[in-house]
Design a protein. Sequence first.
Length: 360
Amino acid sequence: MSHALQDQRPSRAPRSAAPTSLTRGGLPRWAPAGIAVLSIALGSGIGVVFDLHSKIQWGLIAAILFVVITYTASAVVENRRQAKDRIATSVVWVSFVLAVIPLLSLIWTTISRGIEVFSADFLSHSMNGVTSFEEGGGVYHALLGTIEQIALATLIAAPIGLLTAVYLVEYGKGTLAKAVTFFVDVMTGIPSIVAGLFILTTWNLALGFGPSGFAGAMALSILMMPVVVRSTEEMLKLVPNELREAALALGVPKWRVILKVVLPTAIGGIATGLMLAVARIAGETAPIMLLVFGTQLINGNPFEGAQSSLPLYIWEQYKVGSDASYDRAWAAALVLIAFVMILNLVARGIARWKAPKTGR
């Protein structure tokens, strides 16, 4: 009987070798790279033939050729469905490259121009006693003002923005929550000059205070708050409700659940959003011109007297128009970029340190 059952079982066909991309009629893996090289060569050739002086035009022609050749080759060798998938992937890659190239160009230009006068003396000296047409001087007074103003603006905006986001996600319902959301959206698009005029009218003119770094920090905090609220709100929404429900089921008060479970879980995204807000205000010039006025001297007291800042320093040096002032402006721009980058690295380090550790 057992031999009869074994004879009735269907015999398995011998396993064939795994088909390659060419045996399946598909493009090889190196096809996208080869098409990219071919597109760049054709774009450069078209630029030379038609005497196109702008390399940007060469790049745009190469990008269009890359998408067209990819679609055509996939439609001929594979099928239309695979061709549509490849053209969507090609458009994504082209868009990514078109977005990265200007960023890399900006960073390269800033570094190559700013490194000429960037030194320890440039970071440790002010413009006191140095005319704008002369070589020398430094950025210390502007860097000190920027650090103090951003620190004060962060101390004002971060707690208010964080608590507002917690209210909207954890407690907000009804008309009040809708009104808060509406005004946060409106504040996101407020021009920086409007925030500066508001502080100038209330703090300086109505209350009689003079120019100071604190006045500029208050205007910067207005620009910073909606970014903190929006980014923190989105991060809190990503926290799974199961974590909240599990903690509440144990009888933990809601405020403690938010403090011990929700916020630590979202701390990485909150820190990233906070750094985005800092980057948003780090380059603002209009509120500083209205409220801080600028000075060539070192003023370490942000609550009294005029101060300077890196964006204002860059504008002042560029306005002079001499070779020495241009070099100082580019060097100050390099300092500003490095300052924002260091803050981002610090924020990411704090986020990883404070993030909850998950065991295996």
